[in-house]
Design a protein around this ligand. Structure first.
Ligand SMILES: NC(=O)c1ccc[n+]([C@@H]2O[C@H](COP(=O)([O-])OP(=O)(O)OC[C@H]3O[C@@H](n4cnc5c(N)ncnc54)[C@H](OP(=O)(O)O)[C@@H]3O)[C@@H](O)[C@H]2O)c1
Length: 285
């Protein structure tokens, strides 16, 4: 068995490699890949094979995947480029003789209203058409996505958002990585679609309470309208693209699209997901 992990130079991929080793996979059976491989010196020293590859340069992917039985395809971060990049990775996997691909998609990709969903839907279709064994890890929102709110709270004592009483069942990036490692290193996941969320759907009042605990200062949730939030973000000097994304996420959260708790994540990792306050504290450290 040999497992190649893309995005290993990023946060989730690195954690997946670390969990694979912790779960007993021999470092020599793991290939860690990405562009900025200088970030992987410590893993290389532990015996992990490190190979540079770029989703936009198919020949580098074939080289990185050669000899692997399983590909952990961590979705790329270049939004708008991801479908062709993932197509390159899937084609390279077929050329290299990979038997199974595990892919990090998005929660309920098929009916998600999140702006990031379409590229995941397209990638899932490419995977189904590939003829290879596939497993879909439809990841929910990362708790670490709220570190910006924590920083804002540290400065101002407030978390400002137009989410009303919308809830978010986020999980720590490390929980998603633990689930990925489990699926990669154990049998019986071919064809499975896992909808992964945290165990608790928290409100922004609860986020403020967690921030209060982590920061050691009072933090309140200031609920504003979309127009008020737009004005505040413009006054803070954010660019139009970022403001659009933040406001879309406000609406998505207010509509309850991030609120579902599924139970798939604790079932895979064999323990409850990391509580909000613990995940924020760990991420901040
Ligand atoms: N569920 C969520 O809340 C959430 C939030 C953010 C992101 N995501 C998704 O989850 C993925 C992993 O998250 P993360 O936190 O680990 O993101 P990250 O730290 O930004 O890592 C992204 C990884 O993608 C790799 N990558 C990007 N473009 C590439 C290219 N052209 N060729 C090869 N590798 C490329 C990067 O490697 P190099 O730059 O070294 O090549 C890096 O290893 C993201 O890429 C994104 O698709 C999910």
């Amino acid at each position: 068995m040999s497992i190649v992990v893309t995005g290993a130079t990023g946060q989730l991929g690195r954690l997946i490699v670390q969990h694979l080793i912790a779960d007993g996979v021999a470092p020599g059976e793991i290939v860690a890949t990405g562009r900025r491989v200088e970030r992987l010196a410590d893993l290389s020293e532990r015996g992990v094979r490190v190979v540079e590859s770029d989703y936009s340069r198919p020949e580098t992917l074939v080289e990185a995947f050669a000899g692997a039985t399983t590909l952990m395809l961590v979705s790329g971060s270049e939004v708008g480029q991801r479908t062709p990049q993932h197509r390159n990775a899937i084609e390279a996997a077929k050329t290299a003789g990979v038997q199974r691909i595990v892919y990090t998609s998005v929660l309920h990709a098929d009916r998600s209203t999140l702006p990031v969903a379409p590229e995941h839907v397209e990638t899932e279709a490419l995977l189904r058409d590939s003829g290879l064994a596939i497993t879909l890890l439809r990841n929910g929102w990362y708790t670490e996505n709220y570190l910006g709110d924590l920083a804002q709270a540290a400065r101002s004592g407030a978390i400002v958002a137009a989410v009303g009483d919308g809830r978010v069942a986020s999980a720590a990036r490390d929980d998603y990585a633990a689930a990925a490692a489990k699926v990669l290193s154990t049998e019986g996941h071919e064809g499975a679609v896992y909808e992964l969320t945290g165990d608790t759907a928290w409100t922004f009042d609860e986020l403020a309470a967690a921030a209060t605990e982590v920061l050691g200062r009072p933090v309140e949730y200031r609920s504003v309208t979309i127009d008020e939030h737009r004005a505040a973000l413009e006054a803070a000097g954010l660019d139009a693209g970022t403001i659009g994304f933040v406001l879309t996420m406000d609406e998505t959260t207010a509509n309850g699209a991030l609120a579902e708790v599924t139970g798939d994540l604790p079932a895979l990792i064999g323990r409850p997901t990391t509580p909000l306050v613990d995940a924020l504290r760990a991420a901040q450290a």
